[in-house]
Write a protein that binds this ligand. Structure first.
Ligand code: SAH
Ligand code: SF4
Ligand code: F3S
Length: 481
């Protein structure tokens, strides 16, 4: 058994990163025979992708997937620790799972992800939530088969969470959720330590994957007919800084673009590390999508400094202008936190001012949530929750106004859309995204799934567009799928 420790998790060293190849252990092959699993995922794309690895490992152990967790024999919650409400949702579901286990004592319950890296959460689970069978962290996802096996043999809770990252594991099995677009990790962890954020503690120090491993993965995805890859990291612009090979995010983006996969995206870009070389590469390659998520967090220099973001309102706007000038038709989205400790009305107005200037295509907006162990959680805060809620509402009104305005520019235009799902609202419609990441619903038959098609936009909403297919060139073979 190993429990997490936030103090240890904060430590950073410059030891070389050791690479390890994942090996499937045949002795666990039959553990899941006849059993069904559900993995419920909270949080960011990183977690979505980790869940794809978890699902593959479970399927190698002969478990089969079940959408409805109430019918599953094994339920794994892949959790997020970023804000209190993510935390509360997980504890809410654990309450329901407790009842489910009372009715079905054979139910196996697992918890992993960022909450499993939190000392206080694991303490609570080990004292009050004994019915949770396995708890494992973000650094040892690859050990799931042996952890599950141990817990089943001893019929007791098995906790295995390392505070410090181990080897960088390559070649994990993966059961991708989509046949058309894929997540590709380019780096793990984060060294930025923004004062409000728990990620550097839950994901460890920054570790970049070797370029050849990433490029081989993308080549394979292209061979398998994937249309889109999203390069993933907490700070993709800092890619390579921890490797001694003089190879940057700009180099990686260019090499990925040359592979020729149709669509390349990347998240998240910290404004701090966004250099001109990168902008030039994005502008040069048509298969790098004109879409950039550029978190602002706050428009006030005073608050940015307290947050440890290392840029100012002016330098952020300079970068924003450069992107708009150099990358044709670029859409830019952002993240904003309101109610950071002692944020004044003036500070908040600076944020509104940036939003008015940038007119973002969309923005994720949050109320500051104190996270145990982070410096901001210890700051004295004189802003009431009521005031924070009012600011969030005021901000959302402005943000939504600009989203709609930006979307209106698309009316009657013809845009490329990768059709990737049947629409949730109407089975005759397919849904997909433009190169600029606008969600579009289109009336089209299912054989168009996985195709990048031209769509004429016929109606515009705040969060999505409606459109109709125009001049699609499908061969007869493709129509007969
Ligand atoms: N690595 C990314 C952010 C990942 S977390 C970056 O640096 O841009 C996603 C978003 O959650 C952040 O951009 C921030 O807006 C929000 N967030 C993080 N910690 C938070 C906290 N303690 N309270 C409220 N929002 C938070
Ligand atoms: Fe968190 Fe900052 Fe790292 Fe983003 S850059 S994950 S906000 S510490
Ligand atoms: Fe949440 Fe962890 Fe991602 S805290 S946002 S799941 S890195």
């Amino acid at each position: 058994m190993q429990k997490p420790n936030m103090f240890e998790a904060k430590k950073r060293d410059r030891k070389a990163i050791i690479k390890e190849e994942y090996k499937t252990d045949p002795k666990y092959k039959n553990i899941g025979n006849g059993l069904k699993y559900t993995v419920k995922t909270y949080g960011c794309q990183m977690n979505e992708h980790d869940s794809e690895n978890i699902k593959a490992m479970l399927e190698e152990m002969s478990f089969t997937e079940e959408e409805d967790y109430e019918k599953a024999d094994l339920v794994i919650l892949n959790t997020c620790a970023i804000r209190e409400n993510a935390h509360n949702k997980v504890f809410g579901l654990l309450g329901r799972l407790k009842h489910q286990k009372e009715e079905n004592p054979n139910l196996i319950i697992g918890l992993c992800g960022c909450m499993a890296q939190e000392e206080s959460v694991v303490e609570e689970l080990s004292s009050k939530y004994k019915f949770v069978d396995i708890i494992f962290g973000t650094h040892n996802i690859h050990e799931l088969p042996s952890i599950l096996n141990k817990s089943l043999l001893k019929h007791a809770q098995e906790i295995e969470v390392y505070s410090i990252e181990g080897n960088l594991v390559e070649n994990m099995p993966v059961r991708r959720d989509s046949k058309y677009k894929a997540w590709v990790n380019i780096m793990y962890g984060c060294d930025k330590f923004c004062t409000y954020c728990i990620v550097p503690y839950t994901r460890g120090r920054q570790r970049s994957r070797m370029p050849e491993d990433i490029l081989n993965e993308v080549k394979k995805l292209k061979e398998d007919n994937y249309q889109e890859v999203t390069l993933l990291g907490q700070n993709v612009n800092a890619y390579g800084k921890d490797l001694d090979i003089n190879y940057s995010m700009a180099n990686l983006l260019e090499d990925v673009a040359k592979i020729g996969i149709n669509r390349i995206r990347f998240v998240t870009s910290h404004p701090w590390d966004f250099n001109d070389e990168m902008i030039d590469v994005i502008a040069k390659y048509p298969n790098i999508m004109p879409y950039i998520h550029l978190p602002l967090q706050s428009g006030s220099d005073r608050i940015l400094k307290l947050m440890g973001r290392k840029y100012t309102k002016a330098s952020y706007l300079e970068l924003f202008d450069k992107l708009k000038a150099k990358v044709k038709n670029v859409s830019i989205t952002t993240d904003i936190i309101v109610g950071f400790p002692n944020e004044t009305e003036e500070d908040f107005k600076e944020t509104l001012d940036v939003v008015d200037y940038c007119k973002y295509d969309s923005a994720f907006t949050f109320i500051f949530s104190p996270r145990v162990g982070t410096p901001a959680a210890k700051m004295v805060d004189n802003v009431t929750l009521e005031e924070k809620e009012t600011r969030l509402q005021r901000l959302n009104e402005v943000v939504n106004k600009y989203s709609k305005e930006n979307n209106l520019k698309y009316l009657d235009k013809i845009v490329p859309v990768l059709l990737e799902n049947v629409s949730e609202k109407n089975a005759e419609y397919l849904a997909g995204y433009t190169d600029t990441m606008k969600l579009v619903n289109v009336k089209a038959p299912k054989e168009y799934l996985g195709k990048i098609v031209n769509v004429k936009i016929t109606d515009v909403k705040t969060w999505s567009l409606d459109g109709e297919l125009v001049e699609v060139n499908l061969t007869n073979d493709e129509k007969n799928i």
